[in-house]
Ligand binder design. Structure first.
Ligand code: SAM
Length: 174
């Protein structure tokens, strides 16, 4: 089974000094190995100031290769284009995944690596109860065909899906 960090790193290594956009990158825990592996630029866009403070501490040593942007991915000004976009642990909470993947398609010229949860009868009911009933936080599930269609509609030509126990890891290429 693929590990999301290893997969993100393997795809990053396909590029020479890639510019990487981490959508909902949170505390930058994937950013650190990606920068260690030679990324020339790492932009973490996240709604949460608290997560970005953690990213600032963690990524301080990489200086001006790192940009931490607080805001909503759909509307934030993110400037130039990126070789690689990551969206890991992001689509669980996103209502209109199509709009977010289209924006990834507009900003990214190379590849995207993203994780998606899928419904399972072992974990699904507990997850729904915990997030939606107790914490009033809607969560979303995906199918393999649905994920492929989302990326194809966003201008990606090849979509590779790695199914795991509770979801999919997707690598989409332009
Ligand atoms: C489960 S965390 C995953 C963090 C990181 N990608 C990781 O794997 O460690 C999801 C992150 O997405 C961020 N997020 C959710 N909706 C967002 C949006 N519309 N724009 C930017 N960030 C968002 C949250 O603030 C949170 O930090």
């Amino acid at each position: 089974m693929f590990n999301r960090r290893e997969l993100a790193l393997a795809v990053a290594r396909e590029f020479d000094a890639p510019a990487v956009l981490d959508v909902g990158g949170g505390s930058g825990r994937i950013g650190e190995p990606i920068l260690d592996a030679g990324a020339s630029r790492y932009v973490d866009i996240d709604l949460s100031d608290t997560m970005l403070d953690l990213a600032r501490e963690r990524l301080d040593r990489f200086g001006d290769k790192v940009e931490l942007i607080q805001g909503d991915f759909l509307t934030a000004d993110l400037g130039a284009s990126f070789d690689l976009a990551l969206a890991l642990g992001y689509f669980d909470y996103i209502e209109d995944a199509g709009a977010h993947i289209r924006r990834i398609g507009e900003l990214c010229s190379g590849a995207a690596v993203a994780s998606f949860p899928r419904w399972t009868w072992t974990k699904g009911p507990i997850r729904k109860l915990r997030y939606e009933v107790i914490n009033n936080c809607p969560i979303y599930d995906y199918t393999g065909d649905g994920i492929s269609a989302l990326f194809k509609n966003a201008g990606f030509t090849r979509v590779e899906l790695h199914p795991g126990k509770s979801g999919f890891l997707a690598v989409a290429r332009k």
